[in-house]
Each structure stands twice: as structure tokens, then as C-alpha cells.
Design a protein around this ligand. Structure first.
Ligand SMILES: Cc1ncc(COP(=O)(O)O)c(C=O)c1O
Length: 434
């Protein structure tokens, strides 16, 4: 074994477990003996063993010593539904009409019977997924499959952070991510965003104050619609380069239907994961996401998943692989991205014409700053339209409402913009920019 401090020694033992050099049930050398062998203080070795224990890689058996664990893991409130009778622009859902018909694909996605002990990732999905990721500049050298974007984020966070660690998240951001960070006992550090993604200075100051991880949405940021531009990505990568230990998680939840290219800020870092969910492209019930990352992160995610769900059902994996492969469905997905883009643009145009500041560079939503979001939501309800109160999305950022435009007919946009104009005027607003 090797290491000149506790972190290195624990890392070396973890790697040996991952490489099957150390097997479940193997006993690690007694602390004092290893300390002499490596010329380290006994406390340093004890500290390395404690770290491994906290990760569940080893178990202590009192005086008998420290052993490799039997299964070493080397590896929120729901939002209210819109009231009946309202035009629902609050849900965040994709348009069901623009999702592929799963039934027709299911009939053709037959495959071998999977048993305990088989590989966890379907080969076809790995192959097609790697191509899509490569198209976005993401390396799929280490790739696994998880049960959606949120599942992936939780699993990746748990591989690297500890209770009390600080994690930077976008503000405004996706409420389940804010909740998840809290549920894991982590401290959310808000990072301000604009149409080009997280603001460099804001991320820089979060880094200076100390964070263990940062979660970013490369495109279709929810609720703001930001897409990280090439220029912003370069700036963010540069500011992050001074902090090589910080884990970067990219939540690519809308992927092919986001309507914009992805510029990664995590690639080639020591600790990174890009999670590409199928939910917006193929439907939220297709609860699956490709998770690419560095070797340690992916190995840890797979190892921990093995202790729970084991793997994502190959029935689902084959279904997604089939849809990725099908030229007709791929064209439909492209069309869906175009339809979302033109619905978004129509809504933005209608709002800008009425002098609203409104944001929605990509994705399914448009964000409109308003002075009093609860009052604006109620006033919109009185006009028959449900929009989402921005308070759940915010930590420090200014109030707003979110309009989901995914299924909004372009003919409806002036009506919606008029209703918001009246709602905000009635409240005596000063937020419209004109
Ligand atoms: C920013 C963001 N991340 C993640 C998700 C959820 O992804 P999944 O359904 O794959 O967990 C959503 C869903 O709306 C989202 O808006």
C-alpha cells in the first residue's frame, strides 16, 4: 500500500478494492504495523481507515481489526397542481403531444432476459448514449445509467461530499435540487445567473469562500432558461481551474429538446459528472439518465446503486436505446425542440412588446420578474391562467413567476401576456422595463 498522508492512503486502498486487489472480507494490516511499513504516524493510518469506514468501504470488527466490507460501495415536497378549469402554465412538463408513442417502441424493444449478476448497463444504450454525449463534447469513457437526473445528482453528491459541506447551486434554480441539497445535510450557496448561465464573479466568490461541489444546468436552466454560452463556459472553466478538488455536476435534464448546444464546464476535471436525462425528450416516466464522469465518481455511483435498486431495468434501457436509434423518432425529437423554441420565442416576443423583462434562452419555460409573485399568481388565476410562483425557485434572487410554454399554442401568447400585463399593472408594478 502507498500514501504519504491519510487521504492518499485511503485513495490507494479504495483503488485496490475497485481493482479487486483487495476483496470483501480481506483484513487490512493493523494500524501500527502499516504505520511502520509506510513510515507514517499511527494516527495518519487510523485516519485513513476512518475515512474508508465512513464511505462504507471497510468495516471495523473491534480488536479483530479493519476489514474490507462485504459490499464496498466504490463506487421533497411535491408542487401543487393547478386548479381545475385554469389554463395550466405552471407544471414544467413537456408537451405530451410532442413525446414519442412508447407503446409502438415497446413492441420492438425485446432483448435477452436479464438475471442477477448481469452487466448493469445495456450495450445498445451505452453505444448510442456515448455517441450523443460525444456530439456534446462529453467523454463517455466512464458511463453508467441512473434513474433520472435527480437520482444521478443525489448519487454523485453522496460520493464526494459530507454533511455540512457547502454546495453551490444556481439561484433561481430547480426546487428539488435546493431541497435535495438540504436533505443531504449540505449547505446551499446561491450563485447568481443570467441568460448565459452562472455568473462568473458569483461562482468565483462561492469558490473563494469554500465549496465542495457545484451543480450547473448547461441548457434549459429551470426556471430562467439560461444556456451556458461558449464564452461563459470558458470563463467558468478558468475560474474553476484554481479549485481542482471541487466536484462539478452538470444537470443536462432537457438535452435534445433544450434547443441549444451544450458547452461543458466539467470535462477533464478531476471530479466531474454530466447527467443527461431522458425525461424531457422521451417523457418524465422514462426515468433514466446517462451519467458520464471521471472513473472514481462513476465507479462509486455504480457501487452504491448496486446496494439499492441494483440497476435500472434493462426493459427501460432498451426502450431508450431503441428511441435514440430510431431515425423517425430522432427527427420527431428535433422537431419537438424546434416547436419548443418557437413557442418560447413567441411568448418572449409578446412579453417584450409589453415592456416586460422576460428570460427564456432555451428549454420549456419563461421567467418573468415581478415585484410580488404571490399577488401576481393570484391575479393571473383570476384571469383563468395558472403560473408558477417563483418563491420556491429562489434563495436570494429577485421575485418572479415561471410560465411553462411547452404546450402553449402561439395564438395564446398575446392573451397570456395581456393577462400578465393587467395583473402586474393592477398591482401597481414598476418592474416592466419600458
Ligand atoms: C433543472 C432540472 N433538473 C432535473 C430535472 C428532473 O430530471 P429527472 O426527471 O430526470 O429527474 C428537471 C425537471 O424538470 C429540471 O427542470
Amino acid at each position: 500500500m502507498r500514501g504519504s498522508n491519510a487521504v492518499e492512503l485511503a485513495g490507494d486502498i479504495e483503488r485496490r478494492v475497485a481493482d479487486h486487489e483487495l476483496l470483501p472480507g480481506d483484513r487490512l494490516p493493523p494500524v501500527r504495523i502499516l504505520a511502520v511499513e509506510l513510515d507514517l504516524a499511527p494516527n495518519t493510518v487510523a485516519s485513513a481507515y476512518r475515512r474508508l469506514g465512513e464511505r462504507g468501504i471497510t468495516t471495523g470488527r473491534g480488536r479483530m481489526g479493519t476489514f474490507i466490507a462485504e459490499r464496498p460501495p466504490v463506487m421533497v415536497p411535491t408542487d401543487p397542481k393547478a386548479r381545475d378549469g385554469l389554463r395550466d402554465l405552471s407544471s414544467g412538463n413537456p408537451d405530451p403531444e410532442l413525446l414519442p408513442d412508447l407503446n409502438s417502441v415497446l413492441r420492438d424493444s425485446d432483448g435477452p432476459r436479464i438475471l442477477y449478476g448481469d452487466r448493469s448497463v445495456d450495450e445498445g444504450l451505452a453505444e448510442h448514449g456515448a455517441l450523443l454525449l460525444a456530439h456534446d463534447g462529453i467523454s463517455a469513457d466512464h458511463l453508467t445509467v441512473v434513474s433520472g437526473g435527480l437520482d444521478g445528482m443525489e448519487r454523485v453528491l453522496q460520493t464526494h461530499v459530507r454533511r455540512g459541506d457547502r454546495v453551490a447551486i444556481e439561484d433561481p434554480g430547480y426546487p428539488p435540487v435546493i431541497d435535495l441539497v438540504g436533505a443531504l445535510g449540505l449547505v446551499a450557496v446561491p450563485v447568481a445567473i443570467d441568460d448565459d448561465g452562472p455568473q462568473t464573479e458569483s461562482l468565483g466568490s462561492a469558490l473563494d469562500r469554500g465549496i465542495a461541489a457545484v451543480i450547473v444546468t448547461p441548457r434549459a436552466q429551470n426556471p430562467f432558461g439560461s444556456v451556458i454560452s461558449a464564452e461563459r463556459a470558458a470563463e467558468l472553466r478558468s475560474v474553476l481551474s484554481g479549485f481542482p478538488d471541487v466536484l462539478v455536476i452538470e444537470d443536462d435534464h432537457a438535452a435534445a429538446v433544450a434547443g441549444s448546444a451544450m458547452h461543458s464546464i466539467g470535462q477533464d476535471r478531476e471530479r466531474w459528472a454530466t447527467i443527461r436525462s431522458a425525461a424531457k425528450t422521451y417523457g418524465p416516466d422514462v426515468r433514466l439518465a446517462l451519467l458520464a464522469g471521471d472513473a472514481t465518481t462513476v465507479r462509486r455511483v455504480e457501487g452504491r446503486q448496486r446496494l439499492g435498486p441494483g440497476w435500472v431495468s434493462h426493459v427501460l434501457q432498451r426502450l431508450v436505446a431503441q428511441m435514440m436509434h430510431d431515425p423517425g423518432i430522432s427527427l420527431d425529437v428535433k422537431d419537438a425542440a424546434d416547436v419548443y423554441a418557437s413557442r418560447r420565442q413567441a411568448m418572449l416576443d409578446a412579453l417584450h412588446e409589453r415592456s416586460f423583462e422576460a428570460h427564456g434562452a432555451s428549454g420549456l419555460n419563461v421567467w418573468v420578474p415581478v415585484p410580488d409573485e404571490s399577488a401576481a399568481v393570484s391575479a393571473m388565476e383570476e384571469r383563468g391562467i395558472a403560473v408558477r410562483n417563483g418563491s420556491r425557485f429562489r434563495i436570494r434572487s429577485a421575485p418572479g413567476v415561471r410560465l411553462t410554454v411547452a404546450a402553449l399554442d402561439e395564438a395564446e401568447t398575446s392573451n397570456v401576456a395581456d393577462a400578465l400585463y393587467q395583473a402586474v399593472s393592477d398591482l401597481g408594478s414598476g418592474t416592466r422595463s419600458g
